[in-house]
Design a protein around this ligand. Sequence first.
Ligand code: F6P
Length: 331
Amino acid sequence: MMKRIAVLTSGGDSPGMNPAIRSVVRTGVGLAIDVIGIENGYQGIFDNQFIPLGAIEVSGKNRDAGTFLATTRCMEMMRPDGPARAVEILRRHKIDGLVVIGGDGSLRGAQEIHHLGHPVIGLPGTIDNDIFGTDSGIGVDTALNTIIHSIDMIKATAASHRRCFIIEVMGRSCGYLALMSGITTGSQAAVIPEYKHNPTRIIDALNRRMQRKHNNSVIVVAEGVCTGQAFMDELLAAGKGKFDQEIRLTVLGHLQRGGSPTHSDRLLGSRMGEFAVLSLLQGETGAMVATVGGNMRLRNFDEIRDKKKVLPADAIRLAKNLDIEIGDVTE
Ligand code: F6P
């Protein structure tokens, strides 16, 4: 019997986590289940930060980026006895089921909890879109919108000064954000960890653009390749004597995690939150809610753990057909 469930957010925040929490709470309340919010991620379990949540507490939360429950990357959970201690505390608080919203590491914690016999469902909450088994994570769409809005703004000054801009974006070891923002902003190159970049070919692409009478250019670099500064040094070396435009660097940084969640992320968070509660009620555990071809489904933690998400082949093809230099495949 599920009488009391808890929800926490863990790892890096992502826009859409609040709508997901709201949906867990509203769905639970509607089904006469007590819902508890755990503050500060897994750390809140060890620190007994359990707060009852009702419909009022989550009112208006769809609009806000971040997570009102707050989040941490919890070291205690990573200790060998961390998950067992967490389960013991959850049981002491009479939590029948847990919903964990977070990225890779957070879902690994949830998997440990499941293996210790405590019901848990995970939701992919990360801007990186690096979680295997789901088409998208909560926050990816908003982050991409923030990135393309930023690049559009930079393009105005790039054109005025006739400059080339390098834009460093987040994504950990995944190039999804760089590839997709490169495609949708009409960038000349997307430098991504999945492909080996070729500075000489990038210089050629920039020069081709100059020959077409464009006076500015943009290259998106994924942080998983190297820092924007290191890439800029490489590009300056490759372009010596061959490319004479001034090159500037912008690191978008944590602003990529802010921004009011888009329609897509509000809906994704809401659908996934509801699905998590309904799944717990049906006796499901040890799985992540995924969106596959637009449909919600569960993917077992054991099935997705340690699997590397591959960039969509059609996006790679699109980038190439749109003359975006992405380098050579490495795997
Ligand atoms: O995983 C989300 C993410 O924003 C990554 O893209 C980035 O590398 C990392 O988190 C930054 O983490 P922190 O906020 O701890 O600096």
